[in-house]
Design a protein around this ligand. Sequence first.
Ligand code: FAD
Length: 339
Amino acid sequence: SGVTVDTDVAIIGAGPVGLFAVFECGMLRMRSVVLDALDAIGGQCTALYPEKPIYDIPAHPAIDGAALIEKLEAQAAPFNPLYLLGRRVEKLRQVEGGWELGSSAGDVVRCKAVIIAAGAGAFGPNRPPLDGLAGYEASGAVRYLVAKREEFRGKRVVIAGGGDSAVDWALSLKEIAAKVTVVHRRPKFRAAPESAARLDEAAARGEVEMAIPYQLHGLEGDGARLTGVVLATLKGETKTVAADFLLPFYGLSMELGPIAGWGLGLERSHVGVTPATCETNLPGIHAVGDIATYPGKLKLILQGFAEAAMAAHAIHPRVFPGEALHFEYSTSKGVPHSP
Ligand code: FAD
């Protein structure tokens, strides 16, 4: 599975800075492909604070994280970027005439230059520290998101966590599952009060079993097929709940992951760049936004935007060798019409 594509610039990360890099590349007639580990574009703005207003985006006295991303997507749209979402970029290697990226979904992206706009790394689920977890993840017995609700019909499901995802999925799956058990460390849930109240009512009616205050302690089964989940109190008293599936909803975290192994000479988990070009120590590999560092760096979206412009201009000669790049304003050049 996965796609094989050729493009001018591969952009790793669809956060605000990666999205603006699509626009800046497009203005210089360079095509781009954007990859992100998340299923949605927007990076931290979407995943961590969609409804919070940001006050330091020039010309926007206040704009919500989600609204900023919507506008960046619209600004990039005339350039038809290919978004490859829900996959992590794992591999980077130099090939004749440029670079090749490999993703966790099996995609191969060949390009003349790379812009790394990876923030603090790829977003992924917080995993519970349980022995043998990888085997049960591989078989699908342990999952961090529900793609097809029907798969849980008639099954015994253990849901762990105290936030909206845990509560909402408990309420939804109790309708079709044979049994739903909710595991949480304390009686108070962080979910929307109305949903938490509905969960309490469902528990009082016996539609959901509450395991409180318990934590996940172990997995039982043959290493792939799950038969039970072991729970423990803080005092160490354990009990086992029969289960076919475990859904831990412990939120998202960012992890630099494979990028650390690409020979970029990381400085405390950041990529050092030449400020004027945002080029790293590898030719044609540029880094912008939160992941990039240099003397005077501010980890702000507005600085990332300027870095995207500098990176795009620095990459232009690799995509159009020998062609002079005359500096032009967007007002004189214009933007292609939206597709
Ligand atoms: P990110 O937004 O971090 O996006 C990086 C993306 O790259 C992620 O989606 C990640 O999944 C993806 N990625 C990483 N590695 C890989 C890989 N190997 N394969 C595939 N995908 C990968 N900034 C401001 O300027 N003003 C503010 O008021 C402000 N408020 C904030 C409030 C909060 C609560 C938080 C958390 C941050 C705030 N920030 C603010 C910071 C701002 O959100 C970041 O500076 C900005 O998101 C950085 O953008 P980015 O595009 O560099 O990276």
